[in-house]
Design a protein around this ligand. Sequence first.
Ligand code: TPP
Length: 660
Amino acid sequence: MDKTILSQAANEARGLAIDAVHACSSGHLGLPLGSAEIGAVLYGDALRLNPDEPKWLNRDRFILSAGHGSMFLYGWLHLAGFNLPIEEVKNFRQFHSKTPGHPEFGETDGVEATTGPLGQGVGNSVGYALSAKMAAAKFNTADHIIIDHHVVVLAGDGCLQEGVAAEAAAFAGHNGLDNLILFYDSNDVTLDAMAKVTQSADTCARFRALGWDTVTIDGHDLEAIAKAFAEAKANDNGKPKLIECKTEIGRGIPEVAGTAAGHGEGGAKFAESARKGLGLPEDTFFVSDATRSYFADHKAAQKAVYASWLETFNAWKAANPDLAKMLQQGIDAEVPGDLLDRIPEFSADYADATRSAGGAVINAIAEAMPLLVTGSADLFGSTKNYLKSSGDLSRDDYGQRNIWYGIREHAMGAICNGIAYDGIFRTTGATFCVFADYLRPSIRIAALANLPVGYIFTHDSVGVGEDGPTHQPVETVSGLRVIPNLDVIRPGDPEEVAGAFAAAMERIDGPTALILTRQKVATQNGIPVKARREGVFRGGYIAVKETAELKVIILASGSELDLAINAAAEIGAGARVVSMPCMERFDRQPADYRESVLPSSCRKRVAIEAGVGCPWYKYVGFDGKVLGIERFGISAPAPLVFKELGMTAEAVVEAANSLS
Ligand SMILES: Cc1ncc(C[n+]2csc(CCOP(=O)(O)OP(=O)(O)O)c2C)c(N)n1
């Protein structure tokens, strides 16, 4: 390691951050300045990367959990030779730049996760580390090791104060993820104040208690950083590693360094004196020839490492064509074209909850998709998504496909995102629907980052019954529907469940929430199987067609589909039933299809769903009626709760008849 040049590079990276933040008068300076030496060691020496192959399977993954310090990442990606020209650095936080305010997955080579909501990146890194362990178990052979990289995450006090990080760290320790290395930027400062105002825990002791190894070093000492990192990498002792780096926030701008003022853009007004103090010339966005030449040489060395790995990889491919095919299918997120056909039809007398049908369906899909994994937040027995052909994933066996998240819903969400970012495995996670809010921040990021994560949310309404209002979702399903790019599918019978799971798997540009009942539902044998399955793909479809002139349309989803069908039979030949398991899919259909299902000429419309009704008004309009539940539920047997809260076929008939 060339300390002289890396030390110079650290100061030049500081200069880039100061100039970028100064140029746009916004952004965070403190971390890029305080962690500059960490960046120099990682990007200038220690990380295994090939900037020209940013998706190299066996690269070390680096996640900036403290996403507010995005200029740290952009500065080092630029210097390291990723496809991030200096113009992009100059364009920090501007429209259509590759340097958005916080790192966004898919926008910038080398950005491994969308971060900014503190703590998420720590959870993502655990998902990445788990994915690496699973991939190593699946694809490495006695003759060829093709996957042995590390996952590195940089987090500050803010990330580590967040609950999601604590949940994820506990999971990582319990599951022995020794390929995970967390750099803790320990600068004693948060946003408003010195960290001591809000924390007094011994963070290292806390992590040791969770099964991690920890070490504390001077975060400005290049040698100490390199040594701690090398030791962490070499030590396959079943423990994730935390390297606490004592740093000075905002180092390089003496007027603000070491205080909360070093955090924001305020320090940028001292840009000129700071540049001088750092030994930089007056030119802005300065990078010396010596630094450029060092990083060019380093990149060449990295490419040689890559080339040697490629030889191993090609030999592995030749020796293991089936495994190679499976891996490529995983990377390409390929889904069998005949997935729906591979799910056996349910018998006509099947009469069970949609969560049970979901269990049967996910097991059939797992046969067709060997890289599908699933997990549950201590509720496999209720969520029914356990894969029977596999066993429990644990620190002793990463080759299994059932992940035991424990009662850590938020970490489950962030870990699922990490697995999805890594892009080898398809993943699903399960809990009770009412607890979807516990992982909502991770769902939001999955939607924003276009990640194909599947959520299995069971016990979907007041139909939960005796557990009462704490466990009866009322606002949850509609609350999920307002998240852009999230598909929310609430199937009404077992064949719709088959369609729902297949649709979730086929969707690779965003997440899907599968909303399933606790209670039994009828199997709608009156509707052809194909119509029920494929109807879900279109989001909404005509479940029962009128046999006379169309008078009224009844819309429903999930367990209320049966009520709608019974009501239509009562109303007579002019009634149409539209099953609407997924509004988002329906809204994406061409206008003529939507018009064929919901003809604008028919304005008499009633929608029924056992939850708050607001989203349905876009389909029933001013002239229609929505039968929803605008209050919390009741602790009592489900049939009674349904009746008490107006979820009956009679109520639908009455509403339809009341429309003039
Ligand atoms: C969930 C969440 N809450 C609040 C914020 C706003 N925020 C951004 S940075 C920050 C302080 C972070 O402190 P620390 O991790 O110590 O970062 P440092 O001060 O070292 O830059 C806060 C509160 C956020 N980004 N995410």
